[in-house]
Design a protein around this ligand. Structure first.
Ligand code: AMP
Length: 283
């Protein structure tokens, strides 16, 4: 595995591979890698797999969240080497990604950018879309691979790729979970023992909600039941629960109103913020 820290070095390396006809897949991450990240890399189908580790300061609306974000660079390198999944690792500094002449783009994502994560993390999607755009300029991959775990993020990046007329194809891969159903996340290591035992309730209740939706229970009732069931444990504080159209992310009133229905949630568990989602139907 090659490791690059500088933009010019990785650009040169990738350009040479492209000249040889190799296809490039790119998996951006913020590090503190777990098996969810590793399976994204393993499932990538291109000749060359490039992974980046960059904790992007501009997508954190809360400075404390940025400071607390887990950073485990040498463990990450070991995990990538052990898994033999990654060909190139890009670990740039903030200065490499945002040189003095860097000009952020002002994207307009409309409703998709304003609800859910957009509402509760103002500025998050502008920062995220800008860093993905910048990384794509550097790597210029054939495929960009992202996890369903961050469903709204995938919708935003999809829009950004259209707006910038990018040739990169976006591939969304399913959420990887622990055996008890908890979605793998770099933030999970911040849960204490008792919070960790409660955390699987999130997915358990997403599964119950999905079943109830398919059985015809009213959508608003499903959302309020979810909050009630989760918050029966005082360690949880649900931030939002929305059942939305999987493409427009518009709030849906009846299950029959769309063919692509997704339930997205964010909740605090102690002082850790967790997000998850479930596709109720996509046909
Ligand atoms: P992060 O480092 O958390 O920003 O995530 C980097 C990429 O990995 C994003 O595309 C995430 O959606 C994806 N990812 C994170 N956790 C999971 C998971 N449990 N399953 C699948 N993909 C994931």
């Amino acid at each position: 595995m090659y490791i690059f820290k500088r933009v010019n070095d990785i650009k040169k390396h990738i350009e040479a591979l492209k000249e040889k006809g190799k296809t490039i897949g790119f998996i951006p991450t913020m590090g503190a890698l777990h098996d969810g990240h590793i399976s994204l890399i393993k499932e990538t189908k291109t000749d060359i797999k490039v992974c980046s580790i960059f904790v992007n300061p501009t997508q954190f609306n809360d400075i404390k969240d940025l400071e607390k974000y887990p950073r485990t660079p040498s463990k990450d390198i070991d995990l990538l080497l052990e898994s033999k999944s990654c060909d190139i690792l890009f670990m740039p500094t903030v200065e490499e990604i945002y040189p003095l002449n860097f000009k952020a783009k002002d994207f307009d994502f409309g409703n998709i950018g304003n609800i859910m994560e957009g509402e509760f993390r103002p500025g998050h999607f502008q920062g995220m879309a800008n860093v993905v755009h910048r990384l794509l300029e550097i790597i210029n991959p054939d495929e960009l691979i992202m996890g369903q775990k961050d469903f709204q993020q995938v919708a935003i990046v999809n829009l950004m790729l259209k707006q910038t007329k990018s040739n990169t194809k976006l591939v969304m891969l399913e959420t990887k979970r622990e055996k008890d159903g908890l979605a793998m996340s770099s933030r999970n290591i911040r849960l204490n023992e008792s919070e960790r035992t409660l955390a699987p309730l999130i997915y358990k209740n997403l599964l119950i909600s999905k079943k109830n939706a398919l059985d015809g229970l009213d959508i608003r009732t499903i959302e309020s039941n979810f909050i009630e069931n989760i918050e029966a444990n005082k360690e949880f504080k649900v931030e939002y629960v929305n059942i939305v159209d999987g493409t427009s992310l518009n709030i849906i009133n009846n299950i029959t109103d769309t063919n692509f229905l997704v339930m997205c949630i964010a909740t605090w568990l102690g002082n850790v913020r967790l997000i998850d989602n479930i596709i109720i139907k996509n046909q």
